[in-house]
Each structure stands twice: as structure tokens, then as C-alpha cells.
Design a protein around this ligand. Structure first.
Ligand code: DGL
Length: 260
């Protein structure tokens, strides 16, 4: 790790996802931590994670963390709810000295908006089947309808953030709830943050909650507590990597810079 005189670290922060979804977290991180350097790894070759068995996602996540450690990172952000569910606990046990910050579907903030209607919680099949989700659900699941969304992240990977195919997907998914009192929608997969406009077209004015800002605030708190934040005036930046070659990197870059 590179250190400056004040004891702060200018080493980069590693962040990963199965693909471009984690760029929605990276956007927030760049906004809130402009002095930090980030290395983002999209495991595009092995995407999607959300329909793979837990053990497989754990093995893939371990591999990505090794890659990022090779880049000298001072912390890891698991910018993927599926990988968090499958791997965060094991990775924390395996690297006790490495700050590992992870995602959580926003059921807790959604519970504050729940009265007598329903909260829709969208996530991958892997996240919804996981132990971590079951724990969250037992605490904050009142009124929550969990909707596994196989095939949805693929729209974002293809760069289809709107259009007929996506509208048809949502038409089917949301049909049972159009006439219900929907109080909030949880976006429990980092890819879905890029679909806010398309989802809002079905539920105008309904709060859409992702965990992105909360995760980045948690990252800042952890680094601050460990005296690992980059000093004021340090030059921030982003390095994008992908297991799928150059083409996914171009798509990541486009999403990083996109006006949403
Ligand atoms: N972006 C990921 C998440 O937050 C996973 C998408 C996938 O690979 O299925 O769950």
C-alpha cells in the first residue's frame, strides 16, 4: 500500500461485479470520494452470477479478489448483491485485515415507507434464495413481495436501458401489482439501478431504493476509521478491467459517463 506523510493511503480501492452493474456503485463512489483511485473489475466472461450456484459464485469472487489484490488495493467493495450473498462472509474470514464492504438489498429503508400496501423487491434468483436475504426478510419483510428476475441483468449488459423488450419483461413481471398500492421498489441488484427510468414508467412517483449510496458511505466510514482515506488534493481516478476483454470495458466506460 502506498502511504503519504499523514498516514493516509493513496492505494486504490478494488470494486467488482459480474459485469457492468457495479458501475452504478462506482458512479456514486467517484461522486462521494473524488480523491480516491478505483480499480473496477467486471467478471463479464462469467456473468451472470445470479443464476449460478452459491459455490460457483464464491469461487469466482475469490478469483476476482485475488486479481484485485494483485493491483495493491487497500479495500474491496463487492458491488454485487449476488456475490455479497454468496461470498462476503467467507472472504471476510479469509482476509481478516482487508476492509471488505458489501451490498445489501434496501429492505430496511423500504420498511420505513411501508404502511398497508406492498413493497416490491427485485433481485437475482441467487440473492433471493440466499441466507443473507432470508435474515433481512425476517427483520424487514413485512409487506415485501420478493421478485426474482432471471434475465433482467442481461438487458443492462447489452446496453438496453429502455425499449420494447425491456418493457415487455416488466409488463409481465409487474402485471399482478399494477392495481396494488405499491409503496416502494427495492432494486436488489446493482444492474437494476440503471433501469430506474424504465421502472418508474410503470410506477410513477414510487420510491426506487438501491443500496449504492449507503454502501459508499459505509466504505468512507471504514476507510476513515482505519486512517486509509486518500488525502485531500490526491488525484482520484478509475481503472476499468474485465475478464471479457476490451468490448465490455467500452460499455462500462459508457455507463460510467452516461447521463441517466
Ligand atoms: N449485479 C449483480 C447483483 O447485484 C448480479 C447480476 C448477475 O450477475 O446476475 O446481484
Amino acid at each position: 500500500m502506498s502511504e503519504n506523510k499523514k498516514g493516509h493511503s493513496t492505494a486504490p480501492i478494488g470494486m467488482f461485479d459480474s459485469g457492468v452493474g457495479g458501475i452504478s456503485v462506482l458512479r456514486e463512489a467517484v461522486r462521494l470520494l473524488p480523491n480516491e483511485r478505483f480499480v473496477f473489475y467486471g467478471d463479464t466472461k462469467n456473468a451472470p452470477y445470479g443464476t449460478k450456484p452459491r459455490e460457483k459464485v464464491l469461487a469466482l469472487s475469490r478469483q476476482v479478489v485475488r486479481e484485485l489484490l494483485g493491483k495493491g488495493v487497500k479495500a474491496i467493495v463487492i458491488a454485487c448483491n449476488t456475490a455479497t450473498s454468496a461470498a462476503a462472509a467467507d472472504l471476510r474470514a479469509e482476509y481478516p485485515d482487508l476492509p471488505i464492504i458489501a451490498m445489501e438489498p434496501a429492505l430496511k429503508p423500504a420498511s420505513l415507507l411501508h404502511r398497508d400496501g406492498v413493497v416490491l423487491s427485485l433481485a437475482t434468483p441467487g440473492t433471493i434464495a440466499g441466507e443473507k436475504y432470508a435474515q433481512l426478510y425476517s427483520l424487514y419483510g413485512e409487506g415485501v413481495v420478493s421478485l426474482p428476475c432471471p434475465g433482467l441483468m442481461e438487458f443492462v449488459e447489452r446496453g438496453e436501458l429502455n425499449g420494447g423488450g425491456l418493457a415487455a419483461y416488466f409488463q409481465t413481471l409487474f402485471a399482478p401489482y399494477r392495481e396494488k398500492n405499491v409503496e416502494a421498489i427495492v432494486l436488489g441488484c446493482t444492474h437494476y439501478s440503471f433501469l430506474k427510468k424504465s421502472i418508474a414508467a410503470f410506477f410513477p412517483g414510487i420510491p426506487l431504493l438501491d443500496g449504492n449510496e449507503g454502501t459508499v458511505r459505509q466504505l468512507r466510514r471504514r476507510l476513515d476509521a482505519l486512517d486509509l482515506l486518500a488525502p485531500d488534493g490526491a488525484a482520484g481516478g478509475v481503472e476499468l478491467l474485465s475478464s471479457g476483454g476490451e468490448e465490455p470495458i467500452a460499455r462500462m466506460k459508457a455507463l460510467l459517463d452516461a447521463e441517466l
